[in-house]
Write a protein that binds this ligand. Structure first.
Ligand SMILES: *[C@@H]1O[C@H](CO)[C@@H](O)[C@H](O)[C@H]1NC(C)=O
Ligand SMILES: *[C@@H]1O[C@H](CO)[C@@H](O)[C@H](O)[C@H]1NC(C)=O
Ligand SMILES: *[C@@H]1O[C@H](CO)[C@@H](O)[C@H](O)[C@H]1NC(C)=O
Ligand SMILES: *[C@@H]1O[C@H](CO)[C@@H](O)[C@H](O)[C@H]1NC(C)=O
Ligand SMILES: *[C@@H]1O[C@H](CO)[C@@H](O)[C@H](O)[C@H]1NC(C)=O
Ligand SMILES: *[C@@H]1O[C@H](CO)[C@@H](O)[C@H](O)[C@H]1NC(C)=O
Ligand SMILES: *[C@@H]1O[C@H](CO)[C@@H](O)[C@H](O)[C@H]1NC(C)=O
Ligand SMILES: *[C@@H]1O[C@H](CO)[C@@H](O)[C@H](O)[C@H]1NC(C)=O
Ligand SMILES: *[C@@H]1O[C@H](CO)[C@@H](O)[C@H](O)[C@H]1NC(C)=O
Ligand SMILES: *[C@@H]1O[C@H](CO)[C@@H](O)[C@H](O)[C@H]1NC(C)=O
Ligand SMILES: *[C@@H]1O[C@H](CO)[C@@H](O)[C@H](O)[C@H]1NC(C)=O
Ligand SMILES: [Zn+2]
Ligand SMILES: [Zn+2]
Length: 609
């Protein structure tokens, strides 16, 4: 269940304008670039090479862009339709420059917004939203772990998505066992060999990290084993003009070196381009002078750019690469394409955005629960504080929602949870069905243990957050285990923490009037961020959080309430801090029938109207 924690996503999309719109394109257009928010352009043109790549990864259903007006959301306000127009204009530029331009995606198309997750009962996650991605001219797309948690999602990719890509959907080390037989087959292709428009030969792979929380009847092979396969040796034998190692694996601290070295062992100097993903950060490194590895963030908050000036076959000197992390918005897109606003939209781009708007409508994603009075963030405000989403959730939302129609409501309680049920910030303004799905998607319900004296109950949270030596080792082991199961929040948070820490007072003053956003310090030469920003503030959060202690005497019996996925840990902690009673699962009962993904809506309906 820990994989649930991996769903710490970002999303928002419906603005006030949207809520009162409904008459088609003009409103939609207005909504996309709120005119009240001036967007600053990038600082310098992209560096083009002979081979150029536009890269997306971990889009997680954010296909209508980020539509809230609080910073830094407008920076990521481009829709998939705006992006499609961008790709079209960039392709035209490439033609004019007589160079190659490829489009690549590194996976995780499922789980993140109402567009992917807001489907009616009986539907399949992202089945509708993925159809819009198929309208873009992707050269390779790789499978991600979020395509593999639920067998039916994987089956949909196998049956309906991969065939449309006609050999361009890559799953080098992922198989699915077919429903009507016990035959295991790759979900897409294991590799793709193709020739670019300018006649360059490419060998592409689509490799996922060693993921272990995949559903039954799907198979993930460790990259270490994949590189020993006969098909792999055969696929890389022939020398292309360059290798395109696409895959759902971070470019640092994972298994890319295994794949890279396996290729290098056969081809010591052939250019290698790695396009990774999964940890939701902007990152880049160069395994050697003739290769570059790029990772392009998450949630359509980043579009990656990589270019290479290839030399003659057989050369051994360093290749000139460049990389850039673009903030996906119309200003960025218009700046780099040189196409002015009124000429920018292509018919295909407009139809994609319109189609996504229609999808949002058919999923009723604009359903309004209430109007949030302010922003609540996961890591930009301290916990506890009035601007912390964690404080709001455990201090107000859960105590309110779990008391509804609950016969135990009058018994004092302590509600304990980790941040697992929350995946994205909550912004001021309309709080809709889409916002609810984005902020808190888990369907886990809440359990309780009765009759714990307040004195003992008050010790549970500190014990969770201050583990002893043995438990600390368990935590580290659990982190490794959680990473294998797809949990990436610790890596994403470490990245945020690093950029906030680097921004010393001096840097902050020099930043002058820069806007908030990502500030990337990767291992590639030069500056990566296309638009300079001042880093987002970062505050650490404890592993576990709790509602305020009830003001009762230590010997008063209280209920301990918690989400089902931490039940075993609550029992273990209770048995560690007291010896009067051996708590077992028979002491645990259902506290409320309400799942975690409805509590914010119930709260908003009552308090924000
Ligand atoms: C980012 O958003 C802020 C407002 O939140 C805006 O002032 C800034 O210009 C934006 N930057 C870009 C590159 O869009
Ligand atoms: C998967 O899809 C099949 C066929 O549509 C359906 O019968 C089954 O209930 C689905 N399973 C789950 C877990 O949703
Ligand atoms: C698939 O394998 C299972 C377990 O090994 C077996 O029970 C089942 O009969 C097999 N189905 C087919 C169609 O071979
Ligand atoms: C994947 O499917 C292929 C084709 O059926 C099979 O040869 C291979 O053994 C499978 N790989 C794994 C890791 O299951
Ligand atoms: C070539 O690139 C490698 C790796 O990036 C670097 O260590 C080396 O100094 C470069 N050599 C030259 C001559 O620039
Ligand atoms: C937080 O909110 C409470 C209740 O609205 C208020 O009393 C308190 O002053 C606020 N604290 C801060 C630091 O704004
Ligand atoms: C609480 O009970 C009332 C009356 O039975 C019902 O209308 C309402 O939907 C219930 N609320 C929730 C959140 O289940
Ligand atoms: C709580 O304890 C009281 C007295 O010790 C007992 O009567 C009651 O049955 C207990 N309730 C539960 C739910 O265990
Ligand atoms: C602040 O913004 C103004 C106007 O956009 C610009 O001229 C100036 O260079 C900026 N200052 C800094 C430190 O970026
Ligand atoms: C940026 O990262 C590099 C390592 O990639 C490190 O050497 C350097 O000190 C970092 N810069 C700052 C300002 O922290
Ligand atoms: C507590 O109960 C569990 C389950 O019945 C049992 O396995 C365990 O040995 C018990 N521990 C103690 C200390 O009695
Ligand atoms: Zn992801
Ligand atoms: Zn992932």
């Amino acid at each position: 269940m820990y994989f649930c924690n991996a769903l710490i996503f970002v999303l928002t999309l419906v603005s006030t304008v949207y809520a009162c719109g409904g008459d088609g394109h003009n409103h939609a257009q207005h909504k996309r670039s709120p005119s009240s928010i001036p967007l600053t352009p990038p600082t310098s043109p992209l560096e083009w090479g002979d081979v150029n790549i536009i890269h997306t990864t971990d889009s997680h259903g954010w296909l209508l862009g980020h539509q809230k007006t609080s910073f830094p959301e407008p920076n990521y306000s481009g829709t998939l339709g705006d992006f499609a127009s961008f790709v079209t204009h960039m392709k035209a530029l490439a033609k004019k420059k007589d160079v190659d331009l490829l489009l690549v995606d590194s996976g995780d198309l499922h789980d993140g917004t109402g567009l992917s997750d807001g489907f009616p009962p009986g539907g399949i996650d992202a089945q509708d939203s993925n159809k819009f991605l198929l309208q873009l001219p992707y050269d390779t797309m790789a499978i991600g772990n979020h395509e593999l948690y639920i067998y039916n999602d994987t089956l949909d990719m196998y049956k309906n998505f991969a065939p449309k890509l006609n050999g361009r959907y890559l799953s080098s080390n992922v198989n699915i066992t077919l429903p009507d037989s016990n035959i295991s087959v790759p979900v897409g292709e294991r590799f793709r060999k193709f020739t670019t428009e300018k006649g360059r030969k490419v060998t592409a792979l689509g490799v996922i990290f060693h993921f272990t929380a995949n559903d039954k009847r799907t198979t993930v092979q460790a990259p270490a084993d994949m590189v020993k396969e006969a098909w792999f040796a055969e696929a890389i034998q022939e020398e292309p003009d360059f290798f395109l190692l696409t895959g759902h694996m971070p470019v640092a601290n994972d298994d890319w070196p295994l794949v890279f070295n396996a290729v290098r062992a056969v081809h010591p100097t052939t250019p290698i381009i790695i396009l990774g993903g999964h940890t939701h950060i902007r990152d880049c490194n160069q395994p050697d002078g003739r290769s570059m590895a790029l990772e392009s963030g998450r949630y359509m908050e980043t579009v990656g750019w990589l270019s290479a000036k290839l030399d003659q076959k057989g050369s051994t000197g360093n290749i000139t690469f460049s990389r850039r992390y673009l903030d996906p918005n119309r200003v960025t897109y218009e700046y780099h394409t040189g196409v002015s606003s009124n000429a920018y939209d292509t018919a295909a781009g407009q139809s994609i955005t319109q189609g996504l708007d229609n999808l949002a409508e058919s999923f009723d994603l604009n359903f309004l629960f209430g109007t949030a009075p302010q922003d609540y963030s996961l890591s930009r405000s301290p916990y506890p504080s009035n601007n912390s989403l964690l404080s709001l959730f455990v201090g107000e939302v859960l105590p309110f929602a779990l008391a509804i129609n609950n016969s135990r409501a009058s018994i004092p309680n302590i509600i304990i949870t980790n941040n697992g049920p929350l995946r994205f910030d909550l912004y001021s303004g309309p709080f809709t069905k889409n916002d609810q799905l984005t902020a808190s998607p888990l369907t886990d319900s809440f359990l309780y243990i009765a009759n714990v004296t307040a004195g003992i109950a008050n010790k549970v949270l500190p014990t969770f957050n201050n583990p002893g030596a043995i438990q600390r080792r368990e935590y580290i082991e659990r982190d490794v285990e959680m990473y294998r199961r797809g949990y990436v929040d610790m890596r994403y948070r470490a990245w945020l923490e690093g950029m906030a820490a680097r921004a010393s007072g001096i840097e902050r003053r020099a930043a002058g009037n820069l806007t908030l956003g990502y500030v990337t310090n990767d291992s590639c030469p030069g500056v990566g961020d296309d638009t300079p920003h001042m880093p987002l503030p970062y505050f650490p959060v404890p592993h576990y959080i709790a509602s305020p202690s009830p003001s009762v005497s230590d010997d008063t019996p209280v209920d301990i309430v918690f989400p089902d996925f931490i039940a075993a840990r609550v029992l273990s902690v209770l048995n560690r801090i007291q010896t009067l009673k051996n708590y077992t699962s028979s002491d645990v009962a259902s506290y409320s029938p309400l799942p975690a993904d409805v509590v914010l809506g119930l709260y908003a309906q009552s308090k924000w109207n």
